[in-house]
Write a protein that binds this ligand. Structure first.
Ligand code: AQP
Length: 333
């Protein structure tokens, strides 16, 4: 009998997932769903990293459930994968504290996301600073072999690996050391208006395509995507706007960027953007339709997630207990 490899991943509970989240993370979760033992969580505790003045508890309740609806809408099947809210499993925060003994302050200060975000919006919370430790706890709690994520999370998974190795070295082998799995295409989808920056929820503009955008919004965003004056469909690091669109097209079509540029040789951006917009609408429309149906039945969503939390907790409890014992928190026998 072969044991399936175990995979763990999650997305912050911001309510609306975007194309970057989908192509960088969720698509690979779904594609290999049957081949692995999956733990997918809605990272609602990671949704608490904003300063208190920016956090709206009522909107947040809807956002966490809406994020769950999006997981199901893209194809996560709760009868195949363990799907749960992070906050339903208190061992995440227990283990975060245990790991803080091996996580150094200087390491957290060097995290790219902290450096990028700490200056924005004034008064960064300590949760934002500390969140890589919570993320390490998320990853290590389920004895995962693989962590399928987009390229921007590579550094955080590396950090979790380092802390696991350090903890194991000091206190005995408590953790499996997992690897990040980054998809070969779509690992870093760029903003359509600022193609030197990654597509992100906080950009809040025309450069981000959401999985519940209307057909008109999708078409408009693609058509207004920043390119350049060369008018040649190409993949070239010196031309990030058109290169991002070519990569998007290739990722959606499961083809190569070379095949795409060959196909549109001698044609302008207009034809190419129209074709990309058509494909994008075909991708987004069924997801949006399913999300709308799922959001209409919050009780059923909560029921499914609470079943997932029970299974998740049984695994998480064993790992947290192992780590606690390694630290000397158990009884003297
Ligand atoms: N642009 C992207 N391209 C490819 N993958 C991406 N991911 C995020 N943006 C891109 C991947 O999506 C998963 C969940 O990410 P998250 O929950 O950490 O969300 P995030 O990175 O905080 O998303 P945003 O939109 O970038 O939020 P803000 O704007 O608040 O920083 C991860 O696997 C991530 O790699």
């Amino acid at each position: 009998m072969t044991t399936k490899r175990r995979r763990l991943s999650g997305v912050r509970a911001t309510g609306r997932l975007h194309l970057g989240n989908y192509l960088g993370a969720l698509r690979q979760w779904v594609e290999q769903q049957e081949d692995a033992d999956n733990f997918f969580f809605i990272a609602d505790l990671h949704g608490l990293t904003d300063a208190a003045s920016e956090h709206d508890p009522v909107a947040f309740k809807h956002a966490r459930l809406s994020t769950a609806a999006m997981y199901l809408a893209v194809g996560i099947d709760p009868s195949v994968s363990t799907l749960f809210f992070q906050s339903d499993v208190p061992e995440h925060t227990d283990l975060m504290w245990f790991l803080s003994s091996v996580a150094k302050k200087g390491e957290l200060e060097r995290m790219t996301q902290w450096k990028d975000k700490k200056g924005k919006g004034g008064g960064a919370s300590s949760a934002l600073f500390f969140y890589p430790v919570l993320m390490a706890a998320d990853i290590l709690l389920y004895d995962a072999d693989e962590v399928p994520v987009g390229d921007d999370q590579r550094q955080h998974v590396e950090m979790a690996r380092d802390w696991a190795i350090r903890f194991n070295h000091h206190f005995g082998n408590a953790f499996i050391v997992p690897s990040a799995v980054i998809p070969p295409a779509g690992a870093r989808v760029m903003d359509l208006q600022r193609p030197n920056e990654k597509m992100s929820k906080s950009a809040k503009g025309e450069g981000t395509i959401y999985l519940d955008d209307s057909d008109d919004e999708v078409v408009r965003k693609i058509k207004r995507a920043v390119t350049d004056s060369a008018g040649v469909v190409a993949s070239d690091p010196e031309r990030p706007g058109i290169s991002n669109l070519v990569e998007l097209y290739a990722t959606i079509e499961n083809s190569t960027t070379e095949e795409v540029t060959n196909k549109y040789e001698g044609q302008g951006y207009g034809v190419f953007k129209q074709d990309l917009a058509d494909r994008m609408v075909e991708l987004v429309r069924p997801i949006r339709d399913r999300v709308e149906g799922l959001r209409d039945d919050p009780h059923e969503l909560h029921r499914q997630l609470s079943l997932g939390a029970d299974r998740a907790q049984s695994v998480a409890h064993a790992t947290a207990a192992r780590a606690a014992e390694a630290l000397g928190l158990g009884p003297i026998v």
